[in-house]
Design a protein around this ligand. Structure first.
Ligand code: SF4
Ligand code: FES
Length: 371
């Protein structure tokens, strides 16, 4: 019977998100369909990670409004839904940036995520590549209505390479999925519930596994940071470069974060959604040897500068694949070179000694008068 229904079902479902229609295969989630469209239409995702089974449904940043459930049943869904966990139906109409309810709810989610999160971006190593920082800028408010003391935790070492700042954790569970799905045994997890919940290594056991470093890459905030890079530099001052090496444990394709010729940090390569890139259908997780033990350019075959896709401060100093803007001034001046268009002293009375009788910087006029 189920097979019959499958055969009758159309091969492609149409879904309209923010007035843009795409055709997707049945079983696709709203978030995945939105990623196919790309750009601002795509809801933010702090806990969903397409390469980690079971992820999503924890943070509620990806909420969207379903204005029509399907062609067969076009009634709207009464509540906002988590787009990472809701499958599309044929003829579904979804609103993300075109819905005031969504924008308002997302601002509320950001406020909740920031309730206990310290605003220590100036000293946090994740600054510049933190998804919560981006979300805060886009949807956050200047103030907080929270009157209580924020949660505090004892500092905890999580193995030789990873530092845990539990105060920054948003309990997205991504790192526990990495431990579950990439390493042989998980020795850390989320203990307790509610506002007592915390990531812990369970009796402070060190995470000693070849792929444990990937937890740093999946953490959307600065809760898990690379001890070998901590406080070495701001990420926007470093130069990301794609490189590879023959590695018998992982794909060996990485991004080197360099300052001059020094390799300050090695990470997996990320796609435009901030997730590790896939190669031949497999996620490009990297091993700890590539990440922590090969920090010289001679260890790597350099491919070239990394293309920074996200609207990120990291891209400020890097102009890979960017088109230079047209020279507007020469355009409006009919192709002539821009010249100094006016002398500020000749149009401003403020600093003129004669008029204002105030001391000010010397101008050519003052000089003439003193002759
Ligand atoms: S430590 Fe990072 S990856 Fe792990 S649950 Fe907290 S925020 Fe998520
Ligand atoms: S990304 Fe959908 S709930 Fe977190």
């Amino acid at each position: 019977m189920a097979e019959e229904i499958k055969k009758e079902a159309p091969a492609n479902f149409k879904v309209t998100i923010d007035n843009i229609t795409v055709e997707v295969a049945p079983g696709t989630t709203i978030l995945q369909a939105a990623r196919m469209i790309g750009g601002d239409v795509t809801p933010p995702a702090m806990c969903y990670y397409s390469k980690l089974k079971g992820s999503g449904g924890k943070c509620r940043t990806c909420l969207v409004e379903v204005a029509a459930g399907s062609t067969a049943d076009p009634r709207p869904m009464p509540k906002l839904v988590a787009s990472c966990r809701t499958n599309i139906m044929d003829g579904m109409i979804v609103k993300n940036i075109t819905s005031e309810r969504v924008q308002d709810a997302r601002a509320g989610v950001v406020e909740f995520l920031l309730l206990n999160h310290p605003l220590d971006c100036p000293i946090c190593d994740q600054a510049g590549e933190c998804h919560l920082q981006d979300l805060g800028y886009e949807h956050g408010k200047e103030g907080t209505r929270y009157e209580f003391k924020r949660r505090t935790f004892e500092k905890e070492d999580i193995g030789p390479y990873i530092q845990l700042h539990m105060t920054r954790c948003i309990l997205c569970y991504r790192c526990t999925y990495v431990a579950d799905q990439l390493t042989d045994s998980r020795v850390h997890g989320i203990l307790d519930r509610g506002d007592h919940a915390e990531i812990s290594t369970y009796i402070s056991k060190a995470i000693d596994n070849d792929f444990s470093g990937n937890m740093i890459d999946v953490c959307p905030v600065g809760a898990l940071t690379d001890k070998t890079f901590r406080f070495k530099n701001r990420v926007w001052f470093t130069k990301p470069v794609d490189a590879h090496r023959d590695c018998d444990k992982c794909c060996g394709k990485v991004t080197l974060w360099q300052r001059g010729d020094d390799v300050l940090r090695v990470t997996a390569r990320k796609d435009e959604w901030g997730e590790v890139q896939s190669y031949e259908g497999k996620p490009g997780w990297i091993c700890n040897t590539c990440r922590f033990d090969t920090k010289h350019t001679k260890d790597w075959v350099i491919e070239g500068p990394t293309k920074i896709n996200r609207h990120s401060v990291i891209s400020q100093g890097h102009y890979v694949g960017m088109q230079k803007p047209a020279e507007t001034i020469s355009k409006v001046m009919g192709g002539r070179d821009p010249k100094l268009l006016m002398d500020i002293h000749s149009v401003s009375d403020v600093n003129s000694v004669e008029i204002a009788s105030l001391p000010g910087p010397a101008t050519s006029e003052n000089f003439k008068n003193s002759q």
